[in-house]
Design a protein around this ligand. Structure first.
Ligand code: TYM
Length: 326
């Protein structure tokens, strides 16, 4: 196994959908063979929007269970809840002292959430905590969907500032995104990304949805004018999104799929996509149903113990580097 380290995180702010799965989770699982992998349910990030305590507690556990069901193997990967490793927050404070306010204010995600009435310091400094998540383990790569590109650039900027001041301490983390599925769009509005927080549940397929639900959500998916199945992001964004989903779930090329299904009609095509998604998610759904809450809690506690030890190694070195200890 390579000693290259990988970190990524997911918010327990709703149900995990096929965008999360295709853009990130699937890669997380695959990377376990070649990297030292560290994955985190970032529950502190979820607090940037109002959360009901009882529901948050459930969502954290459900998110952890989905990661395990998807194939994150605690013997290969470190897996834990962010809030159980306080070094993330300590490093976040330190990195915040190097962060540019102007840069933070330009983040798309911040501007979108601010527009929706979410205004708090945590939302503004969200990317600093995300940088700390990545840097606390001094990782080399971060598997994420395309919507995280700005945050990764911000992290790299912080690394540059820190290393310029204190010497070469943090590696420059690289973004890893899949060739297909790095930006899955909403089934109801193909001009916006599929999102956990979209008020319309018909906009997304949850990875634990049963077969009937998947069929019905896909049948209701917004398509475009015309009849031909073709990949055309301008003229046919709805059908192109379904082609991307089909490509990701079958491992086949978009061009080849478009040719094969060009003339079958939208209705039949949607059923083909549904079949592939149901088949692809079946093992995850089964594993999810078989996992006990108590097992998941135990795995997460053990992961946090390991992560605290590792994170403390970074913090010990860093405190001494910046003059907080000798
Ligand atoms: P989150 O919880 O919104 O999403 C988790 C992962 O899923 C990807 N993703 C998508 N990929 C393709 N199509 C979509 N429609 C789609 N929606 C989401 C995201 O890119 C992400 O990889 N800020 C992060 C969480 C985070 C993090 C980190 C990630 C906190 N600290 C450190 C990496 C490293 C977020 O909100 O992800």
């Amino acid at each position: 196994m390579s000693t290259k380290r990988v970190f990524s995180g997911i918010q327990p702010s709703g149900d995990i959908h096929i965008g999360n799965y295709m853009g990130a989770l699937r890669n997380w699982v695959a990377m376990q063979d070649d990297y030292a992998t560290i994955y985190c349910v970032v529950d502190l990030h979820a607090l940037t929007l109002p959360q009901d305590p009882a529901r948050l507690l459930q969502a954290r556990l459900r998110t952890a269970k989905i990661l395990l069901a998807a194939g994150i193997d605690p013997h290969h990967s470190m897996l834990y809840f962010q809030s159980q490793v306080p070094q993330h927050s300590e490093l976040s404070w330190i990195m915040g002292t190097l962060a540019s306010m102007g840069h933070l204010g330009r983040m798309t995600q911040y501007k979108e959430k601010e527009d929706k009435g979410g205004q708090n310091l945590g939302l503004f400094s969200y990317p600093v905590l995300m940088a700390a998540d990545i840097l606390i383990h001094r990782v080399h790569a971060v598997p994420v969907g395309n919507d995280q590109t700005q945050h990764l650039e911000f992290t790299r900027d912080l690394v540059g500032r820190f290393n310029a001041r204190y010497g070469d301490f943090f590696p420059l983390p690289e973004q890893i995104s899949p060739p297909v599925g790095a930006r899955v769009m909403s089934l109801q509005d193909p001009s916006s990304k599929m999102s956990k927080s979209d008020p319309d549940p018909g906009s997304r397929i949850i990875v634990t949805d049963d077969a009937d639900t998947i069929v019905s959500k896909l049948r209701r998916a917004v398509t475009d004018s015309g009849r031909e199945v073709a990949y055309d992001l301008e003229e046919k964004p709805g059908i192109s999104n379904l082609l991307d989903i089909l490509a990701a779930f079958t491992g086949r090329g978009v061009a080849q799929l478009a040719e094969e299904y060009a003339q079958v009609g939208y209705g039949r095509f949607k059923d083909v996509v549904a079949e592939a998604v149901i088949f692809g998610l079946q093992p995850l759904r089964q594993a999810y149903l078989n996992l006990e809450d108590s097992q998941v809690k135990q795995i997460m506690d053990e992961g946090a113990r390991q992560a605290r030890t590792r994170a403390e190694e970074t913090m010990t070195a860093l405190r001494s580097l910046i003059g907080l200890s000798d």
